[in-house]
Design a protein. Structure first.
Lengths: 265, 279
């Protein structure tokens, strides 16, 4: 591990603990980490876009030969997207902000024209087709009963669930009688779907924490015990903050007023 | 009924212990049995011939790194162990390009593969729809340089596979956002190549309909799927290590939910009781 890697791991471990310190309460270390994240990620994105897109795809195609060893002729057709891209920045100057609408109009028009066909085919027709029970049962026709029956139940359940949810969202008819009862089933289907999504979301959030914890325990600890040392410093700071809070008559675990709140009185 | 600060602190501490202890004292007792959706991705890559080309789309950024990066490493290791050529691209967020560059070079070095010959990571381009359509026609025209700023003109892997349509045998999109849909609509469907996807656990339920409809032939959801893939390729890594913590936290969460509901029902019953009965 070279010195740059070592410094990088210490900084990453410190910033991770700064972000996790929000679990205790909002504090200047969390704010510092948050602002650093925003600033550095935006700077990285700007640099990366310049280096891999603007320079090779615009400057390198129109103005300068970036590969002197290769034959090159300027391609002035790239001036059109280049100028459209530049006038997007006109939004920052109120007097000529209207210019940016030309670029937006081009993007919206191109996007709508390009996406209507594939969107209908892939998101609507293909999904609709695969909802019908006979389509899903096709591959298991002639299969043993133990394979066919679960597939049949699955296919019917899928069709009924999609149908009842569609009825729930069909507002042109009042939800009374048979329609109302079908829509009620649709609500239950939606609740089950939301429950599945929520369960998956919890799993994902835990995974994010596990990922950071693994970095702290395995990677940072191997880099000169960065995790242990930084955690000890963090706990000491929290204890001192707790003592100060107690002297001020507040509970250390009480949510503090926001940092940017106006002073009382 | 709300959680008091002390109760919240206890919950946080229990969750932290559930996450950190299995990482500090690792064990290898709980298998991650592969599900059919994950096996489908594995089998597709396993059945390709040495010398075939696949595309791996690194469509995630650091905010989804714990779930999708282990998946990326496992898929890359599987592909390189089969001597496949691998094209890489990131069409989700420029911040994800750095992860792709690191993964491709790290795994490439592990297997002695040459950047530009055996694999290339093309980096990020905005306007995903246009880029996917363009790559189906001509990769070199869409990406004049790769993520490292090197010209793709004359790059052996681009000369072998000048376009996605008819050039690649499989596409795996590792997606943190909505990129699976455009890849299906503008990439694999018109391009005629099969596609599998890996996604965060949050998106798994959304993308399952694409798996059920056959528009993608395999689907890997979250850290668990990454651990399953590691199990399949016999290269246990970050995902397998993390699943011990994940499993313990899930048990804790179920206990918290049961306990919370029990206390809630108890408090409601106490409210309904006539006041004279209250002590």
């Amino acid at each position: 591990m070279n010195a740059f890697d070592l410094i990088g791991i210490w900084v990453a471990a410190g910033l991770t603990l700064m972000m996790l310190s929000f679990l205790y309460k909002d504090n200047p270390f969390f704010r510092l980490g948050e602002h650093l994240y925003l600033g550095i990620s935006n700077a990285y994105i700007v640099w990366f876009l310049w280096w891999t897109i603007v320079r090779p795809d615009f400057i390198g195609r129109v103005f300068v030969n970036l590969e002197p060893s290769q034959p090159w002729t300027p391609n002035y057709s790239y001036l059109v997207p280049g100028i459209l891209g530049l006038i997007m920045l006109a939004r920052m100057v109120p007097a000529i902000a209207w210019l940016s609408r030309w670029a937006l109009a081009f993007i919206v028009g191109w996007g709508a024209g390009t996406s209507i066909g594939p969107t209908v085919n892939s998101y609507l027709l293909a999904q609709l087709y695969s909802t019908f029970p006979w389509v899903n049962l096709g591959p298991v026709v002639g299969a043993p009963v133990g394979e066919f029956v679960p597939a049949l139940v699955n296919a019917l359940l899928l069709f009924i669930c999609v149908f009842t949810v569609l009825v729930y969202f069909f507002f042109s008819v009042e939800h009374k009688g048979a329609i109302g009862r079908t829509a009620d089933i649709g609500i239950w289907v939606l609740m089950v779907a939301f429950g599945a999504s929520f369960g998956s979301t919890v799993m994902a959030r835990v995974s994010l924490f596990v990922g950071r914890a693994r970095f702290l325990v395995q990677d940072a600890e191997r880099a000169g015990h960065a995790f242990s040392i930084l955690l000890t410093i963090g706990i000491l700071i929290a204890v001192i903050a707790g003592i100060i809070a107690k002297r001020q008559g507040r509970s250390p675990l009480e949510p503090p007023p926001p940092l940017d709140a106006p002073p009382e009185g | 009924m709300h959680v008091r600060p002390v109760e919240r602190a206890v919950l946080y501490i229990l969750i932290a212990l559930g996450v950190f202890l299995p990482l500090i004292f690792p064990f290898d007792r709980w298998p991650n049995l592969p599900t059919p959706e994950v096996e489908a991705v594995y089998n597709t890559i396993e059945n390709l011939q040495s010398g075939d080309t696949i595309m791996v789309a690194v469509d995630f950024d650091p905010s989804s790194e714990p779930e999708l990066y282990p998946m990326l490493l496992a898929v890359m290791r599987h592909a390189f162990s089969k001597d496949l050529y691998v094209l890489g691209v990131c069409l989700f967020n420029p911040a994800g390009a750095g992860l792709g560059m690191t993964a491709f070079t790290t795994v490439g070095d592990e297997f002695g593969k040459v950047n530009g010959t055996d694999y290339v990571f093309l980096g990020y381009k905005p306007n995903m729809v246009a880029v996917v359509r363009g790559m189906n026609q001509n990769i070199g025209r869409m990406f004049t340089v790769d993520a490292f700023g090197r010209s793709t003109r004359g790059m052996p892997i681009i000369q072998r596979t000048p376009r996605l349509r008819g050039g690649i045998k499989y596409l795996v999109d590792l997606a943190a956002g909505e990129t699976v849909r455009p890849w299906v609509a503008y990439g694999s469907t018109p391009g005629g190549y099969p596609m599998g996807a890996g996604c965060t656990a949050v998106s798994f339920a959304d993308y399952f309909s694409f798996y059920q409809s056959g528009q993608i032939n395999g689907l890997m959801g979250g850290l668990k799927a990454a651990a399953e893939y590691e199990e399949l390729v016999h290269m246990k890594g970050a995902a397998s290590a993390g699943m011990n913590s994940q499993s313990i936290v899930h048990v804790l969460l179920v206990i918290f939910i049961l306990l919370g509901n029990f206390l809630y029902v108890q408090s409601k019953l106490a409210e309904r009781r006539p006041k004279g009965e209250a002590r």
